[in-house]
Design a protein around this ligand. Structure first.
Ligand SMILES: [Zn+2]
Length: 449
């Protein structure tokens, strides 16, 4: 008994600041909040949080959550530590280079914060199924990948259960807190899957990743970036300047210089200006600049939202916070709206308008799904029910099926037997689930007029 009370004394001092918030009421409390000592008890002994990503945001998130009293944290990250991470990913040391981020971060926090146990998972989020994700009360993302964000978003939506009247069973909701940063800009958002705007509802907020068409790069370059891409994609593998098996490394100054020189030659011959060594580096490494202070702000905002939801002490963010300190500090919040025809969370097939079903090929449709900001897919596989039979129209990810279906790519939608109102099931790496689109043929404009 004596030992136990000593422990409690120790605890009461350590969590004094939390007690002030959780054990008394106040004007800013959530209307349903009842001050009690049970909330702290829950936070310390029951609450289980998953952090996805152990990079710039992830290190901050783990530190914030552990110091806020969360003691059962899991972290997933598939990456290993690189030298260039060390300026901001402060849970790592030089001797950790080459090791798993998840494992090093977990070991650091578990050793540094008494009572906190961080369980690492050195793998992809796609390696787990719903049974794994269901064990968490809240999931926080500190990711730099839109594909991964969309995947976990889709996973949490697929785990929802519905009442008889079609409304979401609230006990099946796992809140998703998502943080993102790019240079001096960042955002934090709270997603209640099935209830509020999800990642896919607001997909058009993310600019599609720049991918230059190969024909432009090869034949009609207009930008310095086109010249750099040309050297990277075509000249490097052809000329193998540093040996046959040497891959182009954006961190190797000799490699960058070689590309710079060749790209400059190409730029000169097409009268393209604006090429610089820095630009070459940027294009080769697809650099998203990382700023430690932005990560700190966004992670703190996300951790606060976790605390608010876990404890119900305060209304959570509704639901999107933008932060920008490029020039002074600017921030505001707004309510991102749930899309009634969201690809991920609406269960309604998304209409895709087709102007010319006779002229549009399956390849064109796939390209539209990849390039349209509202879809931003990567390698969609398409299946449709035609004359009562399930038919794979195209699937690029499985070699044998690719072989069998690639002939369809050049056929028009009409030739494939696809009609107005046809539903197509689309599988893509951006979602763990199949999504439905519905072809909507536009009336012929000539006939209309
Ligand atoms: Zn949605």
């Amino acid at each position: 008994m004596e030992v136990a009370s000593q422990n409690n004394d120790h605890l009461s001092k350590r969590w004094n600041h939390l007690r002030k918030i959780l054990e008394r009421s106040g004007p800013f409390c959530h209307p349903n909040f009842a001050a009690s000592s049970e909330t702290l008890e829950f936070l310390l002994n029951t609450c289980k949080i998953l952090v996805i990503g152990a990079g710039g945001l992830g290190c901050e998130l783990l530190k914030d959550l552990a110091l806020m009293g969360v003691r059962d944290i899991h972290v997933i990250d598939m990456d290993t530590i690189e030298l260039s991470n060390l300026n901001r990913q402060f849970l790592f040391r030089r001797t950790d280079i080459g090791k798993s981020k998840a494992q090093c971060a977990a070991a650091f926090i578990s050793a540094r914060v008494p009572g906190c146990v961080v369980t690492p998972h050195f793998c992809k989020i796609q390696d787990f199924d719903s049974a794994f994700y269901r064990q968490f009360h809240i999931i926080v993302c500190g990711l730099d990948s839109i594909v991964a964000r969309r995947w976990i978003n889709g996973m949490l939506i697929s785990m929802l259960e519905y009442e008889e009247d079609g409304s979401v069973d609230e006990t099946s909701i796992i809140p998703l807190i998502d943080g993102g940063t790019e240079g001096f800009k960042g955002n934090a958002r709270v997603i209640l899957p099935g209830m509020t705007a999800c990642i896919d509802c607001t997909l058009d907020l993310f600019p599609p990743q720049v991918n230059y068409p190969l024909c432009t790069i090869a034949n009609t370059p207009r930008l310095p970036e086109h010249c750099i891409e040309y050297v990277k994609i075509i000249q490097w593998p052809k000329e193998t300047p540093f040996g046959v098996d040497v891959a182009l490394d954006g961190d190797d100054p000799q490699h960058v210089s070689w590309v710079y020189e060749k790209a400059q030659e190409r730029a000169n011959s097409f009268n393209i200006t604006g090429l610089s060594y820095r630009l070459v580096q940027g294009v080769l490494k697809n650099i998203i600049p990382a700023v430690a202070s932005t990560n700190a702000v966004i992670a703190a905002a996300c951790a606060t939202e976790v605390f608010k939801i876990a404890s119900s002490c305060c209304e959570p963010l509704n639901n999107y916070m933008v932060f920008n300190d490029v020039d002074g500090i600017y921030t505001y919040t707004y309510e991102a709206e749930k899309r009634s025809d969201c690809l991920a969370c609406s269960q309604v097939p998304r209409p895709v308008e087709i102007k010319d079903p006779n002229g549009m090929t399956l390849q064109d449709l796939i390209q539209l799904l990849c390039e349209n900001p509202e879809f931003q897919m990567k390698s969609p596989g398409l299946t449709a029910v035609l004359e009562g039979k399930n038919k794979t129209l195209y699937m690029g990810t499985v070699k044998s099926i690719e072989e069998a279906t690639k002939g369809n790519l050049t056929l028009s939608l009409s030739e494939l037997g696809l009609k107005d109102g046809q539903e197509i099931m689309v599988a893509d790496i951006t979602t763990p689930n199949t999504i439905l689109i519905k072809l909507k043929f536009q009336p012929n404009e000539v006939e209309m007029s």
